[in-house]
Design a binder for this molecule. Structure first.
Ligand SMILES: NC(=O)c1ccc[n+]([C@@H]2O[C@H](COP(=O)([O-])OP(=O)(O)OC[C@H]3O[C@@H](n4cnc5c(N)ncnc54)[C@H](O)[C@@H]3O)[C@@H](O)[C@H]2O)c1
Length: 396
């Protein structure tokens, strides 16, 4: 203690494990993940481990240094090939663009790093298979960034289904709509997931819906689908014309292995739908539905009291200390969480699995889930061309 009463903190008094993080990408997801690592270290106490933000990586020296300062990383790399060899890094977190998921993630797994990779896991079945093989061979923990599993209302839905409260699952219906490309004059750089080089909206947000369908309603057996692109060329703000290869909207129907029926629609050309992920599940004993634009609520109908006058949906505020993942945040009931908190719960789960040697599945998505997701995306795209019902046949 100094004369003016100031005490210097002695971190050695706190025997909390540390875990080194290497973050690839400093864009949207680089921000969401870095924020989550900081929150993990203080929201629950003691935390399962204190993330050490070792390094962040991007190609532009000036911008990545700025990101390192902003997100409080100890340093930065401009070459991911060097970052994957950094001995202080235990988790390699890939938040770079879809096409950069494959090579750095495989390299990191081969270096023995635990790997977290944003969704979609890959952009082809061959890549997804190799990524899954790499983590299986190196024995590292792996997780694919389907963060919506970690929204408390979504996990409550999972618990309700696991407890058999919906009875036999009959149907899953979902749609995920964005508005960004609805204006044909909109510039390519403003259209998330329909811009040049992007694989399209099925990969971008359809992958989330496919994951939710599998997470809640069961494994998918067969699919049929149609993908559409209404604007095959677009201009950028410099007046350059670009060919648009990816889909702008799609619709698919599924059969689940448990016999249930499924349907999903995805769009980035839906005016007024800002981040509208909606899904509903109907079973013999009840139904549930969820809307991401109102993520603290789950709508539940349980036919348990045989009172027709009380039938219909109950809107549950999923913000009690008893609800999933709330123990990470605040002890008070009724405290709503935000979209960013799904990343806190997701990465907290991953770190817990590493530190305490727990299984990432079934509540977290693994590279196996990313691989199956890729099989389903591929089958929808093929079905759109050949008009046939496609069987989902995993090789692993
Ligand atoms: N889970 C979710 O809700 C969610 C939301 C948005 C995006 N995503 C996914 O996250 C990933 C990143 O998306 P984003 O919106 O953050 O993109 P972004 O364009 O904002 O950021 C991508 C980052 O990757 C970096 N990058 C690209 N190529 C690189 C290379 N060769 N070397 C080093 N860095 C490179 C870019 O510099 C940038 O920092 C995508 O795969 C996307 O599908 C997930």
């Amino acid at each position: 203690m100094t004369e003016n009463g100031f005490h210097t903190v002695n971190n050695k008094n706190y025997d909390i494990p540390k875990i080194g993080i290497g973050m690839l990408g400093y864009g949207f997801m680089g921000k969401a993940h870095s924020n989550a690592y900081h929150k993990i270290s203080y929201m629950s106490w003691p935390p399962v481990a204190i993330p050490q933000l070792v390094a962040i990586c991007g190609r532009n020296d000036k911008k990545v240094e700025e990101a390192a300062v902003r997100y409080k990383y100890q340093g930065y790399y401009t070459d991911w090939k060097q970052m994957v060899k950094d001995p202080s890094i235990e988790i390699f977190d890939n938040g770079s663009s879809d096409k950069m998921h494959f090579e750095p993630t495989v390299a990191a797994a081969k270096e023995g790093k635990h790997v977290f990779c944003e969704k979609p896991l890959a952009v082809s079945i061959a890549e997804a298979e190799e990524m899954l093989l790499a983590v299986q061979q190196s024995g590292v923990k792996h997780m694919c960034g389907f963060n919506y599993r970690f929204i408390p209302a979504v996990r409550l839905a999972k618990n309700i289904i696991e407890e058999g409260k919906l009875g036999k699952i009959y149907q899953f219906t979902g749609h995920y709509f964005h508005p960004f490309g609805s204006d044909p004059e909109e510039k390519v750089e403003n259209i998330w997931y329909a811009g040049p080089g992007h694989p399209g909206v099925l990969y971008g947000i359809g992958s989330h819906l496919i994951d939710i369908a599998r997470f809640l309603a069961g494994e998918i057996d067969t699919v049929m689908g149609i993908t559409k692109n209404f604007n095959k060329t677009r201009f950028d703000s410099n007046g350059k014309k670009h060919a648009i290869a990816g889909d702008e909207c799609n619709a698919a129907i599924f059969e689940f292995t448990n016999g249930a029926l499924g349907s999903i629609e995805t769009s980035c050309i839906a005016p007024g739908r800002m981040n509208h992920q909606f899904w509903e599940i109907n079973g013999s004993k009840g139904s549930i539905y969820f809307d991401l634009e109102d993520l603290n609520h789950l709508h539940v109908c349980l036919k348990q009291n045989n009172r027709k006058d009380l039938s219909g949906f109950t809107k549950i505020l999923v913000a009690e200390p008893e609800h999933p993942y709330h123990s990470i945040f605040y002890p008070q009931p009724g405290i709503a969480l935000g979209w960013e908190d799904s990343f806190v719960a997701e990465l907290n789960h991953f770190i817990d699995c590493i530190i305490n040697n727990k299984s990432v599945e079934p509540y977290g998505a693994t590279f196996y889930d990313g691989y199956i997701n890729q099989l389903i995306i591929d089958a929808i795209e093929k079905s759109s061309v050949n008009g046939k019902k496609m069987k989902i046949a995993a090789e692993f």
